[in-house]
Design a binder for this molecule. Structure first.
Ligand code: NAD
Length: 438
């Protein structure tokens, strides 16, 4: 394929050299003439393992050359990869100036060019940037429709500086955000048989994935460092702790706990976070991440209260009361907390949780309910229908099949899905359905 790569920084120069190494015909474009000249001399404009030899080789063979002329690059290629910088503005917002400028230049050049061309954004940009900011620029300049007259895709880059050439040929994954199938097909063809799973998703999803990855990397590093600092203060070898932690692929390093849903609770996580943060404070160790995990959890619970308030309804049903689906354990249950918040605000509440009802009947949790939750005990309903008949708005925090089967579709009480129900995707378009965790 004939490809132009815009921006010969870390991402662009590695992408350009590696694509040329795969056999594509690549033109690198940069506004910085020094970088253009360096590449044309067979030299790397960035310091990276293996990049010097690779550029010398592909420039020598004619597979890669560089230019500052956008028109020439667009005329001679079927695809452009945009790899310009997206730094922070002083207030922390994303700077899209370079992206906008290069998109205008490409749009103007495309207007002069016949035939299909696909514009692929590799720069990191917030969800919505492609559709709301960059596609309108292209459409204005080209005078056509994206996805019809020219292709558009978002293809985030997951390289790590230092090992980026190796990462290019052995990527952790390939994410293709496609405006239309033909654009996605073109990007998939570009990478040919590179290893790793390929995910074809809408463009905004592709944009968001990069942020999910980087936010989580930051969180992991902060978490590991904070834990290391606490361990050190307590005289524990944190690396030994993390060796064992990382060996657990069932719970720790797995999709578990990484699905958006309702706030966490129960008799372990809140208590353990609290005591860890407390121990850190006693040892004079600052742990901003760990100490904000519980407040973050409370903020999530508060979002559910706000959703109820926004409906303007007073008669509320709550399905689920235990701390998570599939148990009767009420200790530190976020649903108990939610019920208490709503009760305290004067909502007319009815609650159903089959496990809690059963356990109460058997006597197992009767004492807990009567002594700790007397204010909620009187609101418990043993039947699903009793709650549905009472409620103008229903909060669903359980996967109890009996509840799921009884929930109405597109009518009846408003539904607030707290946990991303199994049929959430189908319900999403129904009137009166709101999700706390889309
Ligand atoms: P960089 O600053 O090293 O390179 C950007 C290049 O774009 C510069 O050479 C600049 O001269 C050029 N440029 C600016 N405007 C241009 C234009 N109109 N036409 C042509 N060239 C233009 O940036 P980078 O580190 O390669 O990052 C690029 C993007 O990729 C950013 O969005 C970044 O967040 C993302 N990213 C970076 C990494 C990384 O490890 N560096 C990894 C993944 C994603």
């Amino acid at each position: 394929m004939r490809v132009s790569v815009f921006g010969l920084g870390y991402v662009g120069c590695v992408s350009a050299a590696c694509l040329a190494g795969m056999g594509h015909e690549v033109i690198g474009v940069d506004v910085n003439q020094v970088k253009v000249d360096l590449v044309n001399d067979g030299k790397a404009p960035v310091v990276e393992e293996r990049i010097g030899e690779l550029i010398a080789e592909v420039v020598g063979s004619g597979a890669l050359r560089a230019t500052a002329d956008v028109g020439e690059a667009i005329r001679e290629s079927e695809m452009s990869l945009i790899c310009v910088g997206t730094p922070s503005e002083p207030n922390g917002s994303l700077c899209t100036t370079y992206l906008e400028r290069v998109t205008e230049e490409i749009g103007a050049a495309l207007a002069e060019r016949g035939g299909r061309h696909t514009v692929v954004f590799r720069s990191t940009m917030l969800p919505g940037t492609c559709t709301n900011l960059l596609v309108p620029i292209l459409e204005k300049y080209v005078g056509g429709t994206a996805g019809v007259d020219f292709g558009v895709a978002v293809n985030p880059e997951f390289l790590r500086e230092g090992t980026s050439v190796r990462d290019f040929f052995d990527p952790p994954k390939t994410v293709i955000g496609e405006l239309d199938a033909a654009s996605g097909d073109a990007v998939a063809a570009l990478y040919g048989n590179l290893p790793g799973e390929v995910f074809r998703v809408p463009v905004a999803t592709a944009e968001a994935i990069k942020y999910a990855d980087n936010a989580f990397h930051g969180l992991k590093i902060g978490f590991a460092n904070e834990l290391g600092a606490v361990c050190q203060a307590l005289g524990v070898d944190s690396h030994q702790v993390m060796d064992v932690f990382l060996a657990d692929r069932k719970l720790n390093i797995s999709p578990a706990y990484l699905r958006p849903g309702f706030a966490f609770g129960g008799s372990c996580l809140p208590k353990d976070l609290r005591s860890l943060v407390h121990a850190a404070q006693r040892a004079d160790v600052s742990v901003p991440i760990l100490s904000h995990v519980l407040p973050s959890n409370s903020a999530h619970l508060e979002r559910a209260v706000e959703l109820v308030e926004r409906t303007g309804k007073r008669r509320v049903g709550l399905f689920g009361l235990s701390f998570k689906p599939g148990t009767d354990d009420l200790r530190e249950s976020p649903l108990v907390e939610l019920a208490e918040r709503l009760f305290g605000k004067g909502y007319d509440l009815r609650i159903h949780d089959a496990n809690v009802s059963l356990s109460r009947l058997l006597g197992a949790n009767r004492e807990y309910v009567e002594n700790r939750l007397p204010h909620l005990a009187q609101l418990l309903a043993d039947s699903v229908d009793e709650v549905l008949e009472h409620a103008e708005v229903c909060l669903v925090g359980t996967r109890d099949p009996a509840v799921l089967a009884a929930l109405p579709h597109g009518g009846g009480p408003l539904l607030i899905d707290l946990i991303h129900l199994p049929d959430a995707d189908a319900r999403r378009t129904e009137p009166g359905y709101m999700g706390l965790a889309w």
